[in-house]
Design a protein around this ligand. Structure first.
Ligand code: 9MR
Length: 576
């Protein structure tokens, strides 16, 4: 049998060539009905393939080849069920046994046709490249050159080589108003500030991708200024932020500033138009521990690149050890609210024992010294889907990445955290299996799309640990949700799918005068308590999975952020 492999290019070309067909098709008899929801990029060959039909749709559905317009598959959808999070009633159309590579759409009576989707291998390659390349566009202190940034080229901004020590960050050696240099890194999100806590999970997730999928990482060319060197581009890109993080450690005591920001958020202007003075703000225990965890992971993951990155691993190890020591001496310096007069993102956290578990596990993996766990007890672990403020499972994932790591821990302790992790994965899997929408997602906080992606991290790690392919299927379901199999019918990644989000809350996107946003950004997504940003009446539903607006001002649902994209990057690379 002839097996086609869809490169990103062939897929894009096919879709472009067929857009007339798609449009005609969509203007057909079913246009008055709510559409069938499918992954708007597609489904890999030999994986589970489900689309969701609105309740008005018939049980009988067909798959139509987009090029020939011929029906290539007919099936019967499931009975109607309500998805409680969207309050919509739907059927599932399961066509998992259809494995013919091509580009298709789904249709049935009483429902609008789905957006087109591909079936094939390599269908996520373009997404993998653009989701990671998005960080290049967010580089601080650097010009984005036309040869790498195309129409999104922009001048260098925020040199950050003269940063003031804020009152809250003053110590015996570095006094209030002293000037330090802290250039580089990435802008956090829609704003131009830089935050250690959020950088840590972001950098960790990308390093985790590099640790687990080195060959795929090497294969993808991001077309960034470092593309010609010997390192994988994804590593070059993540080093941009990691190197900035190193400048945020006070060499005098090992403490780490929580953030480098202006005093307040500025308007929707381009980076080089921002003239606000920037400060390093207060050292915190969370910043020190997260920094220690990520430096320890980096020191370990990059050892094999010693000849290209001489001594960097050693520098990172020293940085991790001194930040860890600072946190032991200062275990309760909470960043629970901004110091007076500071109004930028808080990344505030009052429950910080999980940060100790993350850093301790990474330190054991790096040094082989179990003593790092000496003051950690079982109750310190939070078995939760990782987020910037819940980090235990990042450390456990690092441990589970290699079965040989078991030897580095006491058996009963290892079993405790491994079992807790797998139990978490089992819960997510069960939610997937019980879901009317075939998605594991059951809660919708700020940035819920990253919860979907981070569930993927738990599930993929559980699959890598146990070999149970059900976990993989559920992880794929998280990605399908993000890419269009959701009740809002959006592909939540800019530049992808038949209905991509466009009006993300991002200063560059709003101010650059270019209609289309840079492709590859994951937006925050539906938030059960969205509001306070646009007039409340614009949120037309109170159902948690529906409370979303593709609007520049909806920062509670439509911002972009480095920690959301890193979760997407991991998931896409893992499922490639
Ligand atoms: O991702 C953060 C989310 O979990 C919080 O609920 C929210 C409010 O504190 O802040 C989010 O982080 C924002 C940060 O504070 C500033 N840069 C933009 C981030 C994404 O919205």
């Amino acid at each position: 049998m002839l097996k086609k492999t869809f490169t990103a290019l062939t897929f894009a070309a096919l879709l472009a060539g067929c857009s007339g067909g798609v449009n005609n098709n969509q203007a057909a008899q079913n246009a008055d009905f709510e559409r069938i929801k499918a992954d708007q990029i597609g489904y890999q060959t030999n994986t589970a393939k489900i689309a969701v039909i609105p309740e008005t749709g018939s049980e009988d559905f067909e798959i139509v080849d987009l090029v020939s317009q011929k029906t290539v598959y007919s099936g019967k959808a499931s009975e109607i069920k309500e998805w409680e999070f969207s309050k919509t009633k739907v059927r599932q159309a399961d066509f998992s046994d259809f494995n013919q590579d091509g580009i298709y759409f789904l249709k049935c009576k009483g429902a609008g046709d789905s957006y087109p989707f591909a079936i094939g291998e390599g269908i996520y390659d373009d997404l993998a490249i653009k989701a990671m390349k998005s960080y290049y566009f967010a580089r601080c202190s650097q010009e984005i050159k036309p040869e790498y940034g195309g129409k999104y080229a922009r001048p260098a901004a925020h040199p950050d080589d003269k940063i003031k020590v804020h009152k809250s960050a003053a110590g015996p050696k570095r006094k209030e108003g002293d000037i330090i240099s802290s250039p580089g890194g990435w802008y956090d999100a829609g704003d131009y500030n830089k935050y250690i806590v959020n950088s840590s999970i972001s950098v960790w997730e990308i390093l985790n991708t590099i640790e687990l999928y080195p060959d795929y990482c090497k294969k993808l060319n991001l077309n960034i200024p470092e593309s010609k060197n010997a390192l994988p581009d994804i590593l070059d890109e993540v080093l941009v932020n990691l190197r900035w993080m190193l400048t945020m450690q006070d060499p005098d005591d090992g403490g780490v500033y929580h953030k480098l920001t202006a005093l307040g958020f500025n308007g929707m202007i381009m980076p080089h138009e921002d003239t606000d003075e920037r400060f390093v703000i207060k050292k915190s225990t969370t910043a020190a521990l997260d920094f220690a965890a990520v430096c320890a992971k980096a020191a370990r993951v990059i050892t094999k690149y010693e000849s290209e990155l001489p001594k960097l691993s050693d520098t990172l190890k020293k940085a991790a050890v001194s930040a860890w020591k600072w946190a032991q001496k200062n275990p309760e310096i909470l960043y629970d609210k901004n110091p007076e007069g500071v109004l930028t993102g808080q990344y505030d956290d009052r429950e910080i024992r999980d940060e100790f578990t993350w850093a301790a596990l990474e330190m054991v993996l790096l040094t082989g010294d179990k003593n790092y766990l000496k003051n950690i007890s079982e109750s310190d672990f939070a078995f939760k889907v990782p987020s910037w403020d819940s980090t235990s499972c990042l450390g456990i994932a690092s441990v589970l990445n290699n079965p040989k790591n078991a030897e580095k821990f006491d058996e009963s302790f290892y079993n405790f955290f491994k079992d807790g992790f797998i139990k978490l994965a089992d819960g997510i899997l069960k939610n997937y299996e019980n879901s009317a929408y075939a998605t594991p997602l059951t809660f919708f906080p700020w940035g819920s799309n990253s919860v979907a992606a981070n569930q993927g991290l738990i599930l993929v790690t559980a699959y890598n640990t146990t070999g149970n392919t059900k976990y993989l299927e559920a992880a794929q379901a998280d990605l399908h949700y993000i890419l269009g199999r959701n009740p809002l019918d959006y592909c939540f990644v800019t530049g992808f799918g038949g209905k991509p989000v466009k009006y993300v809350h991002d200063r560059r996107t709003v101010a650059d005068g270019i209609d289309a946003p840079v492709a590859g950004y994951l937006c925050g997504g539906p938030y059960a308590h969205a509001g306070g940003d646009v007039p409340d009446s614009l949120y037309t539903s109170t159902a948690p999975a529906m409370r979303y607006l593709d609007n520049h001002n909806s920062y509670t649902t439509n911002e972009i952020a480095i920690n959301w994209n890193s979760a997407l990057v991991f998931l896409v690379y893992a499922l490639h």
